[in-house]
Design a protein around this ligand. Structure first.
Ligand SMILES: [Zn+2]
Ligand SMILES: [Zn+2]
Ligand SMILES: [Zn+2]
Length: 312
């Protein structure tokens, strides 16, 4: 995954900072120089800028939906493999599902608009007509790009949107840990299928196409490490789910009972302790903590708000 390192700030909209990675410019120059069929290269530049705009609105879809459900999202990073919206929705299946689904829904919304434009400029049969006008080629290409982005993103391969949507839906019946476990395993299967498919394609055509290289990089740089991280996170979540709980406390935000054990670390002396047994006080150095973090949802709340009223 790219980081803000090597990226520069483009603009800020709705409180969301948009950064562009330098490699995007490199790939842009390469892609624009390869685009053929237009009467002037200006159209090729416009085509790449339109791709950029589609990816950006998709990412804004994620970020704005995440904020709508009370999550955090204030950074979008664009790089040659598309965009990354750094979203952290509240850890509930519904909130996560909406934050993920809102991205592809932008492409779904663009589809009738672009289809209308294509038909307005001339039905697809016009493609047979030589020469095709620049504006028709442009609109038709944008229509294709939007559709390919949508279909590709909806593949149920974690961490693509489709894989994350699968995970959010499975979250309802399976819970947070097991849904992530299933989604990351499905992701590994998709990854192997993709590599086998690319291998066969190379053998059959006896050539390594640019698309094949692109896909291999995507699989190895994005899918593989994210599936692995998802798998490890799922294991940690399952361990957490099995841990004993303090049933006399509940998170004021997500209502989960906190785990019992030395899961909290003192900010002063680094001692690990169970804050619910010690009353938010470090047993080693005596430091008092105003807020206690929930292991399930990450929200900080004062310990007094955690106490459950006794059932009479
Ligand atoms: Zn997305
Ligand atoms: Zn919580
Ligand atoms: Zn301490």
């Amino acid at each position: 995954m790219p980081t803000r390192q090597g990226s520069f700030h483009l603009f800020r909209l709705f409180g969301i900072d948009v950064f562009l990675h330098w490699s995007w410019l490199l790939v842009a120059v390469y892609q624009i120089s390869r685009t053929k069929g237009y009467s002037t290269p200006v159209w090729a530049v416009l085509e790449y800028l339109a791709l950029f705009a589609i990816v950006l609105t998709h990412e804004f879809g994620h970020a704005l939906a995440c904020r709508q459900v009370g999550g955090q999202a204030n950074l979008i990073l664009l790089w040659p493999f598309g965009g990354v919206a750094y979203v952290s929705p509240p850890q509930r299946p519904g909130a996560t599902l909406w934050s993920i689904a809102a991205g592809p829904l932008v492409n779904v919304a663009l589809f009738p608009v672009l289809t209308g434009l294509v038909f307005w400029l001339g039905p697809p049969s016009e493609l047979q007509r030589i020469p095709i006008t620049d504006n028709y080629r442009f609109v038709f290409t944008i229509w294709q790009i939007n559709l390919v982005l949508l279909l590709f993103n909806m593949l149920p391969v974690y961490p693509l949107d489709g894989g994350q949507i699968l995970r959010s839906i499975l979250w309802y019946p399976l819970g947070r840990g097991r849904s992530l476990m299933v989604a990351s395993i499905v992701g590994f299967c998709g990854l192997i299928l993709a590599l086998v498919f690319i291998g066969f394609h190379i053998l059959r055509t006896n050539a390594i196409s640019q698309e094949a290289i692109w896909l291999v990089i995507l699989v190895l740089v994005i899918v593989l490490p994210n599936c692995w991280r998802g798998f490890q996170e799922a294991q940690a979540l399952l361990r957490l789910a099995k841990a004993p709980r303090h049933d006399d406390f509940a998170c004021p935000n997500c209502h989960a009972a906190p785990v019992a054990g030395n899961f909290w670390v003192c900010g002063q002396c680094r001692t690990a302790f169970d804050t619910f047994s010690t009353g938010a006080t470090c047993p080693q150095c005596g430091a008092q903590f105003a807020n206690t973090a929930c292991m399930e949802c990450g929200i900080l709340s004062p310990l007094s708000e955690w106490a459950k009223p006794p059932v009479l």
